[in-house]
Design a protein around this ligand. Structure first.
Ligand code: VG1
Ligand code: CO
Length: 539
């Protein structure tokens, strides 16, 4: 039996960089999740006879919302829902499933790197039939729908058992509970040379951060690749991620960093985030910035079977360093610069214009799915190490010697008063025309703009994607506000300085960027606007 439930709209259901993210308490308001899910379903055309994939990163509220989403899918005319056992699906595995099953789309329940638990964050994201995050035209339509919604439909039935593999039925719709790991692990085995990685006898520490990647990493690294038991740390997904931020950076994955800097460090260290789409790469004694990792992976990708034919193009988000552009130039393939967020890569991947994409926030991926993919990046690194017999440090040094080095850091100011952050960005935008020609210490501005992207496949334009200030010599500062936070504003300041192959390739990043840090404050008045004298997180 289908029930139609009267509801009233919420005004704050606008999806951000990666879906709708709010505090759990916000999602616990009456009908809050149902309103958003119904708005998604109202925007999706062709539901009759269609398959929908549902899964999440296992955080608090995951099961509850999955139960509702399944009953709502039945009431909205879907023919089949494919759901990961226990409600678990990493974001890249969900993307793969949508594609493999020819599904119309997927609901991914995650707030990614944001902490979980009753007082923390939850999120819902809709992915389209190509397996990728819904593009802006669709998220805008979903948001418009949320503002007028006055009822939702749900099957009046008990929640289905999502812990037992197999199929069942709810209100005429088939519910298929599948092993969340198997298809994804098979895909990885097709892309990478597992026998070579196994034979290389490498040692590794992988931190799953008590989030969704644990079961995937245990199956792939410890079972299929023969890494020692215990290689995967924090392997069991917990509803609150053990109280940690499942954000794979040098602050939140500090234990892994320390292990990799120790004298007895393993060959390779990596971590992933809450929903498994990001990666942190640390070699023995050397941290690889995500922007460099993207460039190094692209430069060596042809060593892996899945990329032996070479790359069609490389895409990076605007704040990501230009290191990947230099690789694209050397390979004679196009380089694309998109706004922040994976949804902007989908069209380029679908059109076969780019093969590898990446973001400075530790997201890297390829055309094998339509999401960034943490384990994919780790496996491509392992494949490269196995094929070359080189260490991470050697690969990095050779790369810089050939292409030069883009020193890079991101400074995050978290929990800033929203009005103060908005004022900072407004003043900055208003001053853009006055910046060219001005000097800040030894740095001279050559260009300053508010980044706008025109998608080359459909000519859609996304404006106001972040302020870029370019200096003579290729250094750069970028300012933007986060679109994934759930309290106050987060100001992100991205700092980049290029050293050519003949320059200083072995310096401390902090020292190399000191001038830029000072210039960033002088240009944007960070302290004046926010009262902060230092960032909360440096990655
Ligand atoms: C952040 C990152 C961005 C990433 C997004 C989603 O967005 O900067 O690169 O695509 O998170 O990643 P923002 O708007 O907070 O800067 V995830 O792993 O949260 O799905
Ligand atoms: Co994520």
């Amino acid at each position: 039996m289908i029930e139609t439930v009267a509801t009233t709209p919420y005004s704050d259901q606008k999806p951000g960089t990666s879906g709708l993210r709010k505090k759990v308490r916000v999602f616990q308001q009456p009908h809050y999740a149902e309103n958003f899910i119904q708005s998604v379903f109202d925007v999706v055309e062709g539901k009759a006879g269609a398959t929908l994939v549902i899964g999440g990163d296992g955080r608090f509220l995951n099961r509850e919302v999955i139960g509702k989403a399944i009953r709502m899918a039945a009431a909205n005319g879907f023919a089949r829902v494919v759901v990961g056992q226990g409600g678990i699906l990493s974001t890249p595995a969900a993307s793969n499933l949508v594609r493999r099953r020819g599904a119309i789309g997927g609901l991914i329940l995650s707030a990614s790197h944001n902490p979980g638990g009753p007082d923390e964050d939850f999120g819902i994201k809709y992915n389209i039939a190509n397996g990728g995050p819904a593009p802006e035209a669709i998220t805008d339509a979903i948001f418009r729908r949320t503002t007028t919604l006055d009822n939702y439909r749900i099957a009046a039935a008990p929640d289905v058992d999502i812990d037992t593999l197999g199929t069942s039925e709810v209100a005429g719709m088939t519910v298929e509970v599948i092993d969340p790991v198997a298809d994804y692990a098979d895909l990885m085995e097709r892309l990478f040379d597992f026998p070579a990685i196994r034979a290389a006898g490498l040692s590794m520490a992988f931190d799953a951060m008590s989030a969704v990647t644990g079961p995937y990493a245990v199956e792939i690294f410890e079972r299929r690749l023969g890494f020692a038991p215990g290689t995967v740390r924090n392997a069991v997904p917990l509803e609150d991620f053990g109280g940690h931020h499942p954000d794979p950076n040098l602050v939140h994955a500090r234990a892994l960093y320390d292990a990799m800097m120790a004298p007895d460090a393993p060959d390779f260290g990596a971590a992933s985030d809450g929903d498994g789409d990001r990666n942190l790469i640390i070699g023995r004694g050397i941290f690889i910035t995500p922007s460099d990792s993207l460039a190094m992976l692209a430069a060596n990708a042809q060593l892996a079977p899945g990329y032996a034919v070479g790359l069609r193009g490389i895409a990076r988000s605007m704040p990501t360093s230009a290191a990947a552009d230099r690789v694209a130039a050397a390979l004679g393939i196009p380089a694309f610069e998109t706004p922040t967020g994976w949804k902007f890569f989908g069209n380029l991947l679908d059109a076969g214009m780019a093969t590898i994409c990446g973001e400075e926030s530790a997201g890297t991926g390829s055309d094998h799915v339509r999401e960034k993919d943490g384990l994919w990046a780790v496996l491509l690194w392992l494949n490269i190490l196995a094929a070359t017999g080189r260490s991470v440090a050697e690969i990095a040094r050779e790369h810089w010697t050939r292409f030069g080095r883009n020193y890079y850091a991101r400074h995050d100011y978290e929990g800033v008063d929203s009005a103060a952050a908005d004022a900072l960005m407004r003043d900055l935008r208003a001053a853009l025309d006055t910046l060219p020609g001005r000097g800040f210490g030894a740095l001279t501005v050559v260009e300053a703009d508010d980044f706008a992207y025109r998608d080359p496949t459909d000519a859609s334009v996304s404006a106001h994607q972040g302020v870029r200030v370019l200096f003579e010599g290729g250094s750069r500062v970028v300012f933007r506000l986060s679109g994934t936070g759930t309290s106050g504003a987060t100001l992100r300041v991205y700092l980049e300085r290029y050293e050519p192959p003949v320059g200083d390739l072995a310096a401390e990043t902090g020292a190399m960027l000191a001038d830029l840090v000072a210039a960033a404050d002088a240009i944007a008045g960070i302290t004046r606007h926010t009262g902060r004298t230092a960032p909360d997180v440096i990655t």
